[in-house]
Design a protein around this ligand. Structure first.
Ligand SMILES: *Cc1c(COP(=O)(O)O)cnc(C)c1O
Length: 477
């Protein structure tokens, strides 16, 4: 007898018990994170076990769970760990984890249709508008991350500059040019590439001593391009640069964009949510005037990966840039196909997960005050780290601390090599995990304090380990 394999459990009680064990393991993992190393090297034999052929036959769920606990869970970068300070990554929360479980249970597709999950996303869009002081006509959309959000902004700005027919004709011969600072994230250049404008059309404007875009140089570049017969269309300012956490003078850039009639975009990947903290928000003044803002709930918002967001002042233009009528996506006034416009009308994704649920849970469960305090306290930790660096003659601060990123180095005549060694050894020690970047030509140890679990004790551990590694590496010569 052959029967159609239904992929649901055959024995619900056993499955339920197994499910509870899996949930308990992840709750314990979260509770006891601090007792684990931030990272540990992956044994080569273990890596090889992930080179097996495609399995034709079933494996028992309990076996898979054991394999996960033994072979996968211990070998991640643990950005949830309080000692994780690399790149810019959020820590997530136990609340977000449960919301992901609920969303996965529904397996909702947020491309559109008349369903409350879409209303949840619209609720978050309304909250984001409120937070940024945008009008009711502004639109918003969850995306994977700020890389894609920046790309969407460039595509909309292209429509603003050339009209909707650009969707059919392409950019053609129009010599569009865009502006950003030397501190901008690499995905701004990538967005130019993907949008068909080209990386060479992005003018990289130098930074001032505060690592902000040099606004006088920006104005000169725009004037020179106009003089040369080019078509300036887009400025991407940064609210929290990836290297040092600098915030461009957003009011000054807004003024230039307005005067020159250019699209004013803000890459606020991690920094924009500092609006949640009344103490930090004034640093972002001017962001309220942006035409679009890209940011991530998965960084300072502590929402589980991934949860990027694009906010656009002109919702109608946003719709006109992406909406495409097709027979199989016909809208109705009643039934499941009602509720137009749908999220798929505002971006390139048709099938979309329920990212809004974990964001909605996080915002509701903590409230903006607690989330804002967690952001402000990571800025306090950065100040604390800055003070400790300034107190130790073996260390040197390499950039001003604006928000939560601290770039420093262990002083040595062979500084780049020694500091790169220190960071690799820190990772291998499992004590703390900063990353590196280059600041004014010097390799820097870069601590980005994003995780809500990080405390002064973790900063002390980072400093102790950095100093002892620096001393021993230089003693070895
Ligand atoms: C993280 C980051 C990005 C990229 O965002 P993703 O969510 O990783 O795509 C862009 N810009 C800045 C300033 C960032 O910090």
């Amino acid at each position: 007898m052959t029967s159609r394999p239904v992929l649901d459990p055959e024995e619900w009680p056993a499955f339920r018990a197994q499910a509870h064990r899996m949930l308990d393991d992840m709750l314990e993992y979260t509770r006891l994170l601090r007792e684990r190393p931030v990272w540990q090297p992956i044994p080569e034999e273990l890596r090889q076990t992930f080179r097996e052929p495609l399995p034709a036959h079933p494996t028992d769920l309990a076996t898979l769970h054991d394999r996960f606990m033994r072979d996968i869970l211990p070998y991640t970068v643990s950005n949830a760990h309080p000692g994780f300070m690399g790149w810019v990554q959020g820590g997530g929360t136990a609340v977000g984890m449960l919301a992901e479980l609920l969303a996965a249970g529904l397996n909702a597709n947020l491309g559109g249709r008349d369903q409350i999950p879409v209303e949840v996303e619209r609720q978050v869009v309304r909250w984001v508008r409120e937070l940024f002081g945008f009008p009711d006509s502004a639109s918003g959309l969850f995306v994977t991350g700020t890389s894609i959000a920046n790309f969407i902004a460039v595509v909309i700005a292209r429509t603003a500059a050339l009209g909707v027919q650009v969707r059919r004709s392409g950019v053609g011969g129009t010599p569009l040019v865009a502006y950003t600072s030397a501190g901008a994230h690499g995905c701004i250049a990538q967005a130019m590439d993907l949008a068909g404008v080209g990386i060479d059309a992005l003018r990289v404007i130098p930074m001032n001593r505060q690592f902000q875009i040099d606004t006088a140089a920006l104005e000169q570049a725009i004037a020179a391009d106009k003089e040369a017969g080019l078509t300036p269309f887009f400025i991407a300012a940064s609210a929290g640069t990836v290297d040092v956490g600098a915030i461009d003078d957003l009011s000054a850039v807004a003024h230039i964009a307005q005067k020159e009639r250019l699209w004013f975009h803000v890459d606020g990947a991690y920094g924009a949510l500092a609006l949640l903290s009344p103490r930090i928000a004034p640093l972002l003044t001017g962001i309220q005037r942006a035409d679009s803002v890209a940011f991530d709930f998965h960084k300072w918002g502590q929402v589980q990966y991934d949860a990027g967001f694009i906010l656009v002042r002109d919702g109608a233009l946003h719709y006109d840039t992406f909406a495409s009528p097709t027979a199989y996506l016909r809208r109705e006034t009643r039934g499941m196909a009602a509720g137009s416009p749908w999220p798929c009308d505002f971006g390139p994704d048709l099938s979309r997960g329920f990212r809004a649920l974990k964001s909605w849970f996080t915002i509701k469960a903590y409230g903006t005050e607690q989330l804002g305090e967690s952001i402000a306290s990571s800025c306090d930790l950065a100040r604390y780290l800055q003070r400790q660096i300034e107190l130790d003659p073996r260390l040197e601060l390499l950039a001003p601390v604006t928000l939560n990123i601290v770039c420093f180095r262990y002083r040595s005549p062979d500084s780049d090599r020694v500091n790169a060694e220190i960071v690799m050894a820190l990772h291998e020690s499992g004590i703390a995990a900063p990353s590196t970047t280059t600041v004014n030509g010097c390799l820097a140890i870069r601590a980005a304090l994003v995780n809500h679990r990080t405390t002064e004790a973790d900063i002390d551990a980072l400093l102790r380990a950095t100093l002892s590694l620096g001393d021993s590496i230089t003693a070895r010569g």
